[in-house]
Design a protein around this ligand. Structure first.
Ligand code: HPA
Length: 272
C-alpha cells in the first residue's frame, strides 16, 4: 500500500530531523537549487537513503532534502524534483509532497522555469501563479484514493492559497520586484511546445507554459496543504519571436534573475 510506504519514508526523515517542527516545503525549480545551500543549520538527507523514495538515475542530478532555517522559519527544501517527462508516474512525482504532509508541513512553495505566453511580458519576468490548467490527462490522484490524505473528490477552486498569494505580492512590492500574475498551463514535455500549442494556450487563458508544478499543486489541494507557485519566465514561448527555443536560454535567464527570484522566496517565507 502506498500509504504504508509514505509512512515509512516520513518515519525515516522524522528520525533524522529530531524534535524540530517544520512549517514550509520548498520545491526548487531549474536554476534555483542553490537557495537550499543558504539554509542554516542544514540537515541533509539524500533521496537514496529514504526508504521508497523515487531515485533519479540521471547522472549529476542532485537529489536531496535540505532541512533547516531560512529567514528564521523552519523549511525543508527539495534540491531536485521529479518531472513527469523523466518517466516518473504521477504518483512518484508527488511522492515527496505527500511525505511532507505526513511530516506535518502545512505550506508548500513551488517554483519553476516556464515559457512566457503573455506577449506583454519579457523573459526574466517572475509570475505568481493564480491558477493552472492541466492539459494532460494523468492526475496524481487517479486510482484508489488514499483516504488518510484526503477525499476522493476534492475542490481546486483555491489551488493556490489566496492568503499565500497576498504575501508573495507584499514581498515583491517590498523588494521592488515587478511581479506578474497569471495562469500556468502544464504540458507533458520534454519537447517545448509548438507555436500552435502556444497560441492554443493563450486562447485558453494561459500566461505561461511549463512541465511541472501542477501535479504537486493537485496533491497539495487533496491533502489540504496551502500552496503557492512562482514561475520564472525564462524564454518567450515558441512562435512568439522569430527564433528557436533551447535549454541554454532557459538556463541563462534563470541565472540572470536568480538573485531576485531567491530574494522573493526568502521574503515570502519571512512574511507568510
Ligand atoms: N515551455 C515549457 N517549459 C519550459 C519552457 C517552455 O517554453 N521554458 C522553460 N520551461
Amino acid at each position: 500500500m502506498i500509504i504504508d510506504n509514505l509512512k515509512d519514508s516520513a518515519a525515516y526523515i522524522s528520525k533524522k530531523l529530531g524534535k524540530e517542527r517544520y512549517e514550509y516545503a520548498l520545491v526548487l525549480g531549474s536554476g534555483l537549487g542553490d537557495l537550499a545551500d543558504e539554509i542554516e543549520n542544514p540537515i541533509v538527507i539524500d533521496y537514496h537513503d529514504i526508504p521508497h523514495f523515487p531515485i533519479s538515475t540521471v547522472p549529476g542530478h542532485k537529489g536531496r532534502l535540505v532541512a533547516g532555517r531560512l529567514e528564521g522559519k523552519s523549511v525543508i527544501a527539495m534540491q531536485g524534483r521529479f518531472h513527469f517527462y523523466e518517466g516518473w508516474s504521477m504518483d512518484e512525482v508527488v511522492y515527496p509532497i505527500r511525505v511532507f504532509k505526513l511530516l506535518g508541513l502545512e505550506k508548500l512553495i513551488l517554483t519553476n522555469a516556464a515559457g512566457c505566453v503573455n506577449k506583454e511580458w519579457k523573459p526574466g519576468s517572475l509570475m505568481l501563479i493564480t491558477d493552472h490548467i492541466k492539459l494532460i490527462a494523468e492526475s496524481p490522484n487517479r486510482g484508489p484514493n488514499i483516504d488518510e490524505l484526503g477525499e476522493r473528490f476534492f475542490d481546486m477552486s483555491e489551488a493556490y492559497s489566496k492568503e499565500g498569494r497576498a504575501k508573495v505580492e507584499e514581498a515583491a512590492s517590498s523588494l521592488g520586484i515587478d511581479l506578474k500574475k497569471g495562469v500556468y498551463m502544464m504540458f507533458a514535455g520534454p519537447n517545448f511546445e509548438t507555436p500552435a500549442e502556444v497560441r492554443f494556450a493563450r486562447i485558453a487563458g494561459a500566461d505561461a507554459v511549463g512541465m511541472s508544478t501542477v501535479p504537486e499543486a493537485i496533491a497539495a489541494s487533496h491533502m489540504g496543504m496551502k500552496c503557492i507557485g512562482i514561475s520564472c519566465m525564462t524564454n518567450m514561448a515558441a512562435g512568439i519571436l522569430d527564433q528557436k527555443l533551447n535549454h541554454e536560454e532557459v538556463l541563462e535567464t534563470g541565472e540572470r534573475v536568480k538573485k531576485s527570484f531567491q530574494a522573493l522566496i526568502r521574503e515570502t517565507v519571512r512574511r507568510w
